[in-house]
Design a binder for this molecule. Structure first.
Ligand code: SAH
Ligand code: SF4
Ligand code: F3S
Length: 469
């Protein structure tokens, strides 16, 4: 993997007698947990490390630096990190025997939420770095290399994105024809179940010029489809090139002008921030894919209130009607939590009813996981695990039925597909439908980056099979 061409002096002093490889031959292994924003962040950290002489590797045993980019959203996600650190401890010991250094870093939302506690619990960790300080990674590593344990979890006052180095064009090309682009980070909504406002901080929108420049670089490297990211992406706002205040809808219109960018998406949205301009973008902008992830969490007004979602079930249904009126082939996706404190059978039935009413093309559903420091964790009436299990099963069965129904409705239809990568089986390529399903086609159907018309012949578990139309 060719990441690095910049050579710099080794800025860190060697810790004891371990061999610190000279800059430009160091290897970093990055493992990413959690949401798409972590995927984007891992790439940006890799870009920052490239300027410090690190080349990415897929072999953890060969790594001079292991970085875990972590997720704190549910207990299971957070605990995964500690089991991984257990394995890494053994690898680090083996490498030390061979006289080789291995620095271990924890980044992401667990880093932000737990800070120094991570090093107390897992002394194998050398550095803990929160999502708002990734641009300081090279400086932090220099200190860590000299044997200091570092915890860097301040919310940076400077603009992180301004200070993060740009990826090289060759690296962008290597990453493929679809890309993520963070436009907004953090959350001010404080849903009572959620850690994100604490781990990502308050809402920040990146400026228009920065976003446009990054999207142009992506397009220049052959990217055809860009997904704009934000914890509350539709709360994005900024001063436009015309000095007017823009919302996400206006930004999408601007990005659609960039030559080469054929497809735009955005995620994740909050129902309260779907404004008229954004809905109009779905109506008027063919580049904007007809797929919308719009989490509602519950169909019960009582539970929505306890969750601090600040809307009612009927507001959500009315909103869906407006969106569908603007774009009738839009596929909807959502997130659901079952077993929030106080959820009764009737509340859960209301969620099932809402799912019936909306008819989702896909969705994610989770058992409520009490998170330290959130109001939900302190609430009475925590729902027993067995009840959560049973409700999750019922909900998932319904959502799966709807997803399969949606897939089946496409059989026989001709649709656009963006050819993305070689298939797992020889002779195949994998594309992406407008509704985010993988589409399996014959490898001769088109080149990677082409958008071709295919006819859907049958459905798989989560994918579509197609032939050239
Ligand atoms: N910003 C997005 C959600 C980000 S978290 C939004 O507002 O919808 C992604 C999903 O994880 C949430 O939509 C929710 O369904 C789920 N989630 C968040 N906290 C959770 C918790 N404590 N237990 C279970 N699921 C949770
Ligand atoms: Fe979490 Fe709610 Fe913010 Fe989404 S809107 S990130 S669920 S607090
Ligand atoms: Fe997880 Fe943080 Fe994303 S908690 S879901 S990695 S914002």
């Amino acid at each position: 993997m060719e990441l690095n061409t910049i050579e710099r002096d080794d800025i860190g002093a060697a810790a004891e007698d371990l061999v610190v490889p000279p800059a430009a031959t160091r290897k970093v292994f990055v493992k990413t947990y959690g949401c798409q924003m972590n995927v984007y962040d891992s790439q940006r950290m890799t870009d920052a490390l490239a300027t410090d002489g690190y080349v990415a590797t897929d072999a953890v045993g060969e790594a001079d630096l292991v970085l875990l980019n972590t997720c704190h959203i549910r207990e299971k996600a957070a605990e995964k990190v500690y089991s991984e650190l257990g394995r890494i401890r053994e690898l680090k010991a083996e490498r030390a025997k061979a006289g080789r250094e291995m620095l271990v870093g924890v980044a992401g939302c667990v880093a932000q939420a737990e800070g120094a506690e991570i090093i107390r619990r897992s002394p194998v960790v050398d550095l803990v770095i929160g999502p708002q300080t990734y641009h300081r990674l090279p400086a932090v590593l220099a200190k860590a290399r000299s044997g200091e344990k570092i915890v860097e979890t301040d919310y940076a006052v400077e603009d992180k994105f301004e200070h993060l180095p740009r990826p090289k064009r060759a690296e962008l090309i290597r990453r493929g024809v679809t890309a993520f682009l963070t436009v907004q980070e953090g959350c001010d909504k404080f849903c009572t179940f959620c850690v994100v406002p604490y781990t990502r901080g308050s809402e920040v929108s990146r400026p228009v010029a920065q976003i446009v420049a990054e999207a142009e670089r992506l397009a220049d490297a052959g990217v055809r489809e860009v997904t704009l990211l934000g914890q509350n992406v539709n709360a994005w706002h900024g001063r436009g090139e015309d000095c007017e205040e823009w919302g996400l809808g206006r930004l999408l219109f601007r990005l659609a002008e960039i030559p080469g960018l054929a497809r735009l998406r955005y995620t994740t949205s909050h129902p309260r921030d779907m404004d008229n301009e954004l809905i109009a973008a779905h109506r008027d902008l063919p580049t904007l894919m007809p797929y919308l992830h719009l989490p509602v969490q519950s169909g019960s007004d009582r539970i929505l209130k306890a969750m601090n979602r600040r809307h009612m079930a009927k507001d959500y249904l009315t909103l869906i009607d407006r969106i569908r009126a603007a774009r009738n082939d839009i596929a909807l996706s959502g997130d659901f939590i079952v077993g929030f404190p106080g959820e009764t059978e009737a509340d859960f039935e209301a969620t099932m009813q809402l799912v019936e009413d909306v008819n989702y093309a896909s969705a994610f559903s989770f058992k409520y996981s009490p998170r330290p420091g959130t109001p939900g964790a302190e609430m009475n009436d925590q729902v027993p695990e067995a009840v959560k299990d049973e409700r999750l099963q019922r909900l998932q069965a319904l959502l799966l039925k709807q997803q399969q129904h949606f897939g089946a409705s496409l059989v026989g239809r001709t649709i656009d597909t963006l050819i993305e990568k070689p298939g797992r089986q020889a002779g195949q390529k994998v594309g992406r439908s407008p509704w985010l399903q993988p589409v399996i086609v014959d490898e001769k159907a088109g080149e990677i980056g082409d958008i071709i018309q295919v006819r859907i012949t049958k459905t798989g578990y989560n994918s579509l099979f197609a032939e050239l139309a």
